[in-house]
Design a protein around this ligand. Structure first.
Ligand SMILES: [Zn+2]
Ligand SMILES: [Zn+2]
Length: 810
């Protein structure tokens, strides 16, 4: 019984079911064969952290087509557009049957094809795929509209519509139009402006706001969009005259705007007082440029990140402050031949870029303002020293109070000098770092191993160094390599983030990735402590900075005074500063301390002004120990005084002081004895500091007043088994270029050798012929006559050392 009932029912509605089924099938087949056209390309937009549009770029078809999101648009504009174009938008499925029937009737009675019935969805279909207006194309549009309604939400369709509306010329979408015509984001439009934006797409070429189109014909019929065209046709100039306008010279857009204001007023769409204000608002002919804020940053982000709307981490207020301070500082030093600078500011909370100035003035072509000084490859000067010292702390061979020798040294032919051309002798590690001494740094790099350190830098994201690595030498640590402000500043964020290096974050939605531990927290803390001291020779005049927050910084000046660097950090920010010339010309006045440090101070003072910066906590792995104040090593019974030093648990070595040793001397300390020549009476045991021979020589020559042991007993004939004299000059690593032997009278080569304190005479031999004798450390010169030379130094204990050098002539 039941089955029969069902059968009867199906039979009854058989036709309807069949029709619905066929239509559905037809739609599915059509949809399969005629999928929706591809979405249009939108302009790339770059936004600051607070959503402000920094800049946008033309699409590849040269359009300003900014993708519009509903939240960005003033509600008045959306309301005006919906009321005007498609008031049933939220209720229909792409097609509005009522208006189709109405339009069809009108077409039949008037014989016009174009009129009416296009929903917003259908208009979107037409904007995506422009076609001639024919009946067939109208059906295509309807089909497309249904496809759109199936594929997209109402919100997405409306956003597409707002984004694609034509506004004259290459301006598409209400957002583009809002910026270009009103210099305003679409959320801050007045009612008058909103209504104009709802109206212009009807006839963008006549109504566009960057050209004056006036009504000249008294019978001019205002063109309308399809849905509203019929009623608008009735609007003649008489209407605008009634509104008190002089129609002959009136701007077309004003006529249109006022018509709609009155219509909305009649329909009570907006409050009448708002509409009256809108009517009184003057209309200005204008075309503004799309904003260009932080151009270097925007360009960098545009090329590095996908998507048409890129929400970045840039802090607009920090950016503007930074731009002003940078420009002011560059102007201050312009007369010294320094024409540009760059600043990168990182928020240490999440390594996000909050300030980014690639040059002082992007539009200053004379100073190559369009070059991005943040990504430009330059020599880093001494800035990498901070990383080397941190690396060495972690290796365990160095602590802040250990002593390093700052004396003239030959590194296989490389003889670096200090920035001030002075040498400081026996200095502590922290002094060497703060004062950026060159010899200790090169020596430290040699001990650490060049390849180890370069490998470390590669791992820390130094790309140019990676490319150059086979060509790099010990001079890397003094700037003999290429890097950029971005890599350097990022490196310094690791000191501020417990030794962890994170990728720089440009995009606000980027997830915090896990950092890589490149330094220990302890060694980062030590670097921060050493570099934040205020007793520094490179400090600016502090009287201008009463509320300056605490921070640590390292300076750098490249070879030839081409680049001045200062990179600073505290728990809040890491700020990298570069100054110089983009054409690569150096300036004698350029130095990190004199030029870059004042800028860095200004920036910290402005951006982190008076902040209650809580300094880094002392890491647990760090402890304080007593060390010999003269060597920085664990004191022995012979050390005369001790001081406190930091050391890293399970890392820092426990080497005991090796310079304080007891020495046998006669009673007035003028003669030294060894166990071989110790007399039976008349001697005592005195503790002297015994330095390595080179340092002893330098300290003696430079009269540093060191308490040095007296000369060894001249009558001693004990055998010495240790190494002989150390030849400091000449060096086997050099080729000596001289003028031709005929006029080589004044060309001399230095002979210099060091020995321990027991040696009192050196004997020099050249090609096995005796040349001269002298005291250890005494500088004597000889005039080479042959091309190949064997140079031998013999000491009074019978130990000798030889080297071979080549002399070439020009
Ligand atoms: Zn000692
Ligand atoms: Zn002796």
């Amino acid at each position: 019984m039941k089955i029969i009932m069902h059968f009867e029912l199906i039979k009854k509605y058989y036709k309807t079911v069949w029709i619905v089924f066929t239509i559905l099938l037809l739609f599915i087949v059509l949809d399969l064969f005629f999928p929706l056209p591809k979405q249009k390309e939108f302009s790339k937009e770059i936004h600051a952290k607070d959503g402000t549009l920094l800049t946008a770029y033309l699409t590849s078809d040269d359009k300003w087509r900014l993708r519009t999101q509903l939240e960005e648009v003033s509600p008045e504009l959306i309301k005006a557009i919906l009321e005007k174009e498609d008031s049933w938008f939220y209720w229909h499925f792409g097609i509005n049957p009522v208006s189709i029937v109405r339009a069809l009737y009108r077409n039949i009675t008037t014989g016009e094809v174009e009129s009416g019935a296009s929903t917003i969805t259908m208009q979107v279909a037409r904007m995506l795929e422009p076609k001639k207006r024919t009946y067939i194309n109208k059906f295509v549009e309807m089909f497309r509209a249904i496809q759109l309604e199936i594929k997209y939400s109402k919100r997405e369709i409306l956003e597409l519509y707002l984004s694609l509306l034509p506004f004259g010329g290459n301006i598409e979408g209400v957002k583009s139009a809002s910026y270009i015509y009103f210099n305003s984001p679409p959320g801050k439009l007045s009612l008058s402006q909103s209504i104009m934006l709802a109206v212009i797409p009807n006839d963008p070429n006549s109504l566009r706001l960057d050209r004056r189109n006036t009504v000249t014909d008294a019978t001019y019929v205002i063109p309308g969009n399809e849905a509203t065209r019929e009623s608008e046709k009735k609007l003649k100039l008489s209407d605008s005259r009634q509104a008190g306008m002089t129609a002959i010279t009136e701007n077309l857009i004003k006529v249109k705007r006022d018509y709609w204001i009155k219509k909305f007023n009649k329909e009570n769409i907006f409050s009448s007082s708002d509409l009256k204000d809108a009517l009184d608002e003057p209309i200005e002919e204008n075309r503004f440029a799309i904003p260009v804020v932080a151009p270097h940053f925007s360009y960098y982000v545009k090329n590095d990140f996908q998507g048409d709307i890129i929400n970045t981490t840039l802090d607009l207020s920090i950016q503007q402050t930074t731009e002003n301070i940078l420009l002011r500082n560059v102007k201050k030093v312009f007369y010294k031949g320094i024409t540009n600078g760059a600043v990168l500011i990182i928020d240490n909370k999440n390594s996000s870029v909050v300030g980014y100035c690639g040059s002082a003035d992007f539009y200053d072509e004379g100073s190559f303002g369009q070059v991005n000084g943040i990504t430009a490859i330059r020599s880093p000067g001494s800035t990498l020293k901070a990383a080397l010292y941190a690396y060495a702390f972690d290796e365990g061979n160095l602590t802040p109070q250990m002593k390093l020798a700052d004396i003239p040294t030959d590194f296989h032919g490389y003889q670096p000098e200090n920035y001030d051309l002075k040498f400081y002798g026996n200095v502590s590690t922290d002094f060497a770092l703060v004062n950026s001494l060159n010899i200790p740094a090169v020596k430290l790099l040699e001990q650490t191993g060049l390849n180890n350190f370069i490998g470390f830098l590669e791992g820390a994201g130094f790309n140019q160094i990676q490319k150059q690595k086979n060509k790099l030498g010990l001079s890397v640590i003094l700037g003999g390599c290429g890097t950029n402000l971005q890599e350097l500043t990022r490196l310094f964020t690791a000191f501020a983030r417990k030794g962890k290096l994170y990728p720089l974050n440009f995009i606000s939605t980027e997830n915090e990735s896990r950092g890589e531990q490149i330094f220990s927290e302890a060694s980062s803390y030590l670097i921060a402590k050493i570099l934040s001291g205020i007793n520094r020779s490179d400090i600016a005049d502090l009287s201008n900075y009463s509320k300056l927050p605490k921070f640590a910084w390292k300076t750098g000046t490249s070879y030839g005074k081409r680049d001045a660097w200062a990179i600073g950090f505290n728990p809040n920010y890491t700020i990298g500063v570069w100054m110089g010339n983009f054409n690569g010309v150096g300036s004698p006045n350029l130095s990190g301390a004199e030029v870059a440090v004042p800028l860095l101070f200004d920036l910290f003072n402005a951006i982190d002004y008076n902040s209650d910066v809580k300094w880094f906590d002392v890491p647990e792995e760090l402890y304080v120990r007593e060390v010999c104040s003269e060597s920085g090593l664990i004191p022995t019974q012979y050390c005369r005084s001790v001081t406190r030093d930091f050391a890293i648990k399970n890392k820092s070595n426990n080497e005991v002081c090796n310079i304080h040793k007891p020495v046998y001397v006669n009673l007035n300390e003028t003669i030294q004895y060894c166990t071989g020549c110790l007399p039976t009476s008349g001697y005592k045991k005195v503790v002297y500091p015994i330095y390595q021979p080179e340092l002893t020589v330098w300290l003696t020559q430079n009269k540093h007043g060191y308490h040095i042991p007296p000369q060894h007993n001249p009558n001693c004939d004990a055998k010495f088994t240790e190494a002989g004299p150390k030849i400091l000059s000449p060096s086997e690593d050099y080729e000596y270029f001289l003028e031709s032997p005929q006029n080589s009278e004044n060309q001399e080569i230095l002979l210099l050798a060091a020995s321990d304190s027991r040696v009192k005479t050196h004997y020099w031999y050249i090609n096995d012929k005796f040349f001269r004798k002298c005291k250890p450390g005494e500088r004597i010169f000889f005039n080479p006559k042959e091309k190949e030379l064997k140079i031998t130094c013999l000491d009074d204990k019978g130990r000798d050392r030889s080297i071979r050098i080549n002399v070439k002539y020009y």
